[in-house]
Design a protein around this ligand. Structure first.
Ligand SMILES: [Zn+2]
Length: 169
């Protein structure tokens, strides 16, 4: 009796293992979520929540940004030493403006600020879904996300080169 019960359990395990292997093979883009992917999703989620949350809490003062009445310490070393803006200069102020619904002002602080803000906001539900699903997201979705990230990074560099060109010419 005991032996039969054991065989039954083992048989069930083998079937489960077989089913898992078949289902993984039939969905090549949906591998089980690896520990590394989990860490990556968590890190990006944390950063994006911090960025959006910070944008909502920052207030524009006469001489910079303030959070709970304390001056925001972040300042650009390149701008401070050489009086030249880096590729990200104005992004914090842009995020802070767009979080309060002022899109024109956000675009004034950084022309790509609104696009980056939307991208960062979309990361939050995307990463939560990725973490709650037991399998990795589809390859198509991953590729689309990577494609948008590369386009935004390229646009950021282009924007900066145009600005640098304007300084030289
Ligand atoms: Zn800067």
């Amino acid at each position: 009796m005991h032996g039969i019960w054991r065989a039954g359990v083992n048989g069930h395990d083998i079937m489960l293992e077989h089913w898992t292997r078949v289902s993984t093979r039939s969905m090549p883009g949906r591998r089980p979520l690896s520990g590394q992917a989990r860490v990556c999703h968590t890190a990006v989620l944390g950063l994006c929540v911090f960025a959006v949350g910070g944008s909502l809490l920052l207030r524009h003062g006469d001489d910079g940004l303030y959070m709970f009445g304390i001056k925001w310490p972040a300042s650009c070393p390149l701008y401070q030493t050489l009086d030249v803006k880096c590729a990200l200069c104005g992004m914090t102020r842009s995020f802070s403006s767009i979080a309060k619904g002022d899109v024109p002002k956000a675009a004034q602080f950084h022309s790509l600020g609104p696009a980056f803000f939307i991208f960062v906001c979309l990361q939050i539900p995307y990463r939560i879904c990725a973490l709650s699903a037991r399998r990795s997201e589809s390859r198509e979705l991953q590729s689309a996300g990577n494609y948008v990230a590369v386009v935004l990074a390229a646009a950021l560099l282009m924007n900066w080169f145009v600005y640098l060109g304007g300084l030289v010419l």
